[in-house]
Design a protein around this ligand. Sequence first.
Ligand code: PLP
Length: 417
Amino acid sequence: MLDVETIRGRFPALGRRKNGQSVAYFDGPAGSQVPESVAEAVAWYLLHTNANCGAPFATSRETDATLASARRAMSDLLGNDDPDEIAFGPNMTTLTFSVSRTLSQNWQPGDEIIVSRLDHDANFTPWVLAAERAGATVRFIDVHSEDCTLDQESYTNALSEKTRLVAIGLASNAAGTINPVAKMAEQAQSVGALVYVDAVHAAPHQRMDVRSLRCDFLVCSAYKFFGPHVGILWGKRELLETLLPDKLRPAPMSVPGKWMTGTQNHEGIAGVEAAVDYLAAIGGSPDEAPRRERLNRAFEEIGRHERQLSDHFLRGLLGLPQFQVWGITDGSRLGERVPTFSLTHSSKTPRELSEQLAEQGLFTWSGNHYALPFTETLGLEPNGTLRVGCLHYNTIEEVDRLLESLRAIGASPRRHA
Ligand SMILES: Cc1ncc(COP(=O)(O)O)c(C=O)c1O
């Protein structure tokens, strides 16, 4: 059982209050809160070992060691064996633009790429723009509107010997759907296409293993998994080595340096390792088991707790018929989703709902959440959805408070015309 009370004690932000009541953070999909240990690692780096990389003096050597150690931590989180396959960058979007520009140097008219209509725009527009520039054709994976899963038939139909790349999300940041990436990657491989996985939304919720996902690249962002604002790119070594990203002449030609343009956010990278260690500690102390094993246990416990939150929230929503849930609602299918929910109300806009919830200290998001392909496809523009996202530090009591507020707000008359 996840010890949620102890966990919550590690996050100073969770002690915040509004009008004498604790606030509840359901805004995790836009960025998680950070445990004290992560902030301490960032501060320690800045106060004691701040330097640029590659010089023979102590702080520079320590900085090199910090980056190498953070790469090992990310390898443990992502399940790859070679830490040099891990590159850091400002965020997932910037890294994806870089990979898309680089890969598309080899595309030409007649080539095709596949993107999904369930994805965040950061795993959509960079590929569409790159394809347009190369004269390649873009094909789309559709979404089933009834449960917001990917339409596998449209994927199979889009896939062919012409496909050069398939870009898919591991979990949707709007509907919470977990996509069957391993199966889809296997299909892509059978026609020789590369697979680029956006794991930004999945990272705080599920154990990742790039080998069993069978992808070629995977990207995530530490600020979604309790760390600082740093993006992370994993790619197979032979691809990272042979591809030619734009880089400055004095910058290294070796991996992963050639993918890391400019000076990195060293303090943030120190915090990335601390975030992985925070997660691993949920699965036990370092003297009990290696980090990978502890991460396995941690994500089992996190998953169990999060499914309870999902179950509780979805059951509660059954009594609120003015709300529509966009995504999987079937209690027997909770393993196919993370606890991220997109809702619409029969008369109130998502923004109105989010504003009223904020007044009660319940932090949610409204709009398209940058999952514009999704909101456009399901006819949810221009208002988008109310997004409620749970992380493992959320509690059943918070979900009850949210349901109570949704009940009251949902039934009250509109404030604006
Ligand atoms: C699923 C998903 N992909 C990509 C991104 C973009 O990540 P970043 O902010 O690191 O560029 C986000 C951010 O919200 C996201 O939720």
